[in-house]
Design a protein around this ligand. Sequence first.
Ligand SMILES: *[C@@H]1O[C@H](CO)[C@@H](O)[C@H](O)[C@H]1NC(C)=O
Ligand SMILES: *[C@@H]1O[C@H](CO)[C@@H](O)[C@H](O)[C@H]1NC(C)=O
Ligand SMILES: *[C@@H]1O[C@H](CO)[C@@H](O)[C@H](O)[C@H]1NC(C)=O
Ligand SMILES: *[C@@H]1O[C@H](CO)[C@@H](O)[C@H](O)[C@H]1NC(C)=O
Ligand SMILES: *[C@@H]1O[C@H](CO)[C@@H](O)[C@H](O)[C@H]1NC(C)=O
Ligand SMILES: *[C@@H]1O[C@H](CO)[C@@H](O)[C@H](O)[C@H]1NC(C)=O
Ligand SMILES: *[C@@H]1O[C@H](CO)[C@@H](O)[C@H](O)[C@H]1NC(C)=O
Ligand SMILES: *[C@@H]1O[C@H](CO)[C@@H](O)[C@H](O)[C@H]1NC(C)=O
Ligand SMILES: *[C@@H]1O[C@H](CO)[C@@H](O)[C@H](O)[C@H]1NC(C)=O
Ligand SMILES: *[C@@H]1O[C@H](CO)[C@@H](O)[C@H](O)[C@H]1NC(C)=O
Ligand SMILES: *[C@@H]1O[C@H](CO)[C@@H](O)[C@H](O)[C@H]1NC(C)=O
Ligand SMILES: *[C@@H]1O[C@H](CO)[C@@H](O)[C@H](O)[C@H]1NC(C)=O
Length: 626
Amino acid sequence: MRGMYKHASVALFAKLATGHIISHQASIDYAGAPPNLSTLANFSLFQTWRPRSHVLPAFGQIGDPCMHYTDPQTGLFHVGYLYNGTGASGATTEDFVTYTDLNNKSANFIVAGGKNDPVAVFDGSVIERGINGTPTLLYTSVSYLPIQWTVAYVKGSETQSLAIARDDGRNFTKLEHGPVIPSPPFAVNVTGFRDPFVFQNPQVDSLLKKTNGTEYTIISGGTHGGGPSLFLYAHYGDESDNFKTWEYIGEWWHEKANTTWTEAGWAGRWGFNFEVGNYFALDKDGYNPQGEIFTTVGAEWSFDPIVPQVSDNREMLWAAGKQSIVNGSIKFEPTMAGSLDAGRSAYAAAGKAVASSSRASQKSGAPDRFLTYLWLTGDFYGTLNTPKAQQNWTGSLLLPRELRVGCLNVIDNELARERGAWRIDAEHDNGTVTLATLHQKIAREPLAAFKSNANAVITQAGGLRSSGATFDRSPSSKHYVLSASITFPSRSNCTMAGLEILSGDLETTRIYYQFSNESLIVDRSRSSAAVATNDWVMTETESGKLRLFDVPGVIGTKVETLDLTIVVDGGIVEVHVNDRFALSTWIWSWYEDSKNIRFIAEGSEVEFGNVTIWEGLIDAWPERST
Ligand SMILES: *[C@@H]1O[C@H](CO)[C@@H](O)[C@H](O)[C@H]1NC(C)=O
Ligand SMILES: *[C@@H]1O[C@H](CO)[C@@H](O)[C@H](O)[C@H]1NC(C)=O
Ligand SMILES: *[C@@H]1O[C@H](CO)[C@@H](O)[C@H](O)[C@H]1NC(C)=O
Ligand SMILES: *[C@@H]1O[C@H](CO)[C@@H](O)[C@H](O)[C@H]1NC(C)=O
Ligand SMILES: *[C@@H]1O[C@H](CO)[C@@H](O)[C@H](O)[C@H]1NC(C)=O
Ligand SMILES: *[C@@H]1O[C@H](CO)[C@@H](O)[C@H](O)[C@H]1NC(C)=O
Ligand SMILES: *[C@@H]1O[C@H](CO)[C@@H](O)[C@H](O)[C@H]1NC(C)=O
Ligand SMILES: *[C@@H]1O[C@H](CO)[C@@H](O)[C@H](O)[C@H]1NC(C)=O
Ligand SMILES: *[C@@H]1O[C@H](CO)[C@@H](O)[C@H](O)[C@H]1NC(C)=O
Ligand SMILES: *[C@@H]1O[C@H](CO)[C@@H](O)[C@H](O)[C@H]1NC(C)=O
Ligand SMILES: *[C@@H]1O[C@H](CO)[C@@H](O)[C@H](O)[C@H]1NC(C)=O
Ligand SMILES: *[C@@H]1O[C@H](CO)[C@@H](O)[C@H](O)[C@H]1NC(C)=O
């Protein structure tokens, strides 16, 4: 059942390895076969797969990202995350490149154990100008466990409470009163009721005839026998109420249990319960309160809710759509939906609108943006017995992403007309349509910094390639960003194309696009030699649906080019494609020399553009090493 850690699996709970210590100073031979890593000394695997440029605590176990905000006083962005099963911790950044821990040793700024939250602190979000203008946290205060959509809900287990930032956010002090949202809506038999996400939106103000600037929150969950839902609340009263009173508006979004946007798989499954719902509005440049309404949700499902381990699944989805008043209640109805990240360990995205006036945006010239961080669970939601003491850390966040509405002019055919992770924005009289979809890119500041601060830049000539050709020069480390583009002669003759990375004599990871099922695939079956002696090493293939459309060519039509951006940062591999697809995963490559890169092209040769590799990335935590 759900343990102290959020998303702890029903199946089992990883324990920290104790004992079985061989020596304190084990020096590890990365030219030799990997041993059973749980038998090594504490701390000995700290560097092996540790990312340099990602957000993670100094040590210990990271959970969901949440509680982000821009401090109106300093303009600094605060990135938060659940930490160690006991509370939440975080860091500040003025550029989304380097971060400063709020507290020494990444200690928590809020911990469970108060009257409202005797058992746990789950996700929350911050009203930036909250009580007396101070950042104010609305979070899920937990009183009973287990909580799981597969079991009956214990009344009162999840409530929503307030805490106020002190000492520039190093401490969030809980208010001396009970939960401000003390129970789910009247008589609703919920599957979950957590992760409040606060927002303001003038479109909701006008639909509900509320005062401009009203504060809202959605709370994620679902109903037993019904399906997943996002419940909408509005702050009731004026400033003097100090966010203590919230009016239930209704089920803003509800989907029938065990359904999906499309059985073709463009948007996973809605499942039985939503978690970590976010609400925001986007236009073609970024965040715009008057723009198109988007939501991101974590969907929990299983084909067999009685024995959920049989197909226990979590998916990180997005949907865009229309809000309207139906029978007197505000309702959201999707017009397109997709996967925010197709990696099975990528989950719990938490975003925040970041104004152009914030410190980082002023420096980079970015417009108003909606930035989101996803979690990459390090022990597959608590089900893997990873060598935690040897590594000393578990899990990470992924690089922040900028979200906006993206458009693409394509040939008007059945590929464009199918219901998928896109919608038709405009029809033209020349045989094309403009599609709209969710665009997501690695935030501009870190991506630019990785390139401008590279300690080496490798350019590999492209050209017509078939499988096996090795790069002339390989990266010298396992920390780099790579960009490549692939042009297919047609849909029919090339069956798959991509790159093999982290390759050596005994290990390789294959990343490729496969036309037969229109999927971007990361084949991990030979990624890590450690699998022979470590049963926690996952080898399952990662895959996600990605459609390459037909687009107008110089003469006639052609298949859209595949533009790959791959970030390798220790054990983390993030694959970003065509600004609208991401798949992130762990690759536990062991051997020192597993660094080669090779072309993959099967069925026929394909045309690769020049491949560029920027090596080194950037230490996101310069103050930790001092
Ligand atoms: C992590 O949790 C454990 C067990 O609850 C506790 O003993 C330890 O102090 C916590 N560490 C941090 C850094 O909060
Ligand atoms: C962190 O530790 C340093 C040195 O021990 C100390 O000077 C500093 O005040 C501490 N910072 C916080 C936020 O506790
Ligand atoms: C924050 O400050 C309050 C009041 O001093 C204190 O009771 C609480 O323990 C602190 N919280 C953390 C996480 O340090
Ligand atoms: C709520 O749903 C659970 C699970 O289906 C069921 O066991 C319980 O009886 C329901 N409670 C009410 C009050 O209907
Ligand atoms: C509310 O805000 C919208 C957009 O921000 C603006 O167009 C409208 O005039 C405002 N209405 C009032 C009553 O202030
Ligand atoms: C959910 O839907 C899938 C696919 O249609 C089906 O195989 C499965 O049996 C359903 N599960 C439940 C509990 O209805
Ligand atoms: C509106 O409410 C009526 C009466 O309860 C119901 O029959 C109808 O289906 C509802 N319409 C929609 C769109 O939900
Ligand atoms: C290794 O780490 C575990 C878990 O943190 C701890 O219980 C054990 O005492 C440590 N062993 C040594 C030799 O420090
Ligand atoms: C990680 O190392 C720190 C510092 O040595 C230690 O305090 C902590 O208990 C370790 N945590 C884990 C999970 O190994
Ligand atoms: C078709 O018309 C649209 C809208 O005017 C235009 O953007 C697009 O470039 C045109 N495409 C071709 C192939 O002419
Ligand atoms: C790919 O197939 C097309 C016909 O579908 C053919 O004209 C073309 O020559 C083929 N290209 C290659 C590189 O095999
Ligand atoms: C690795 O060692 C640990 C600790 O001794 C043990 O529990 C585990 O079963 C071993 N794993 C394998 C695959 O032998």
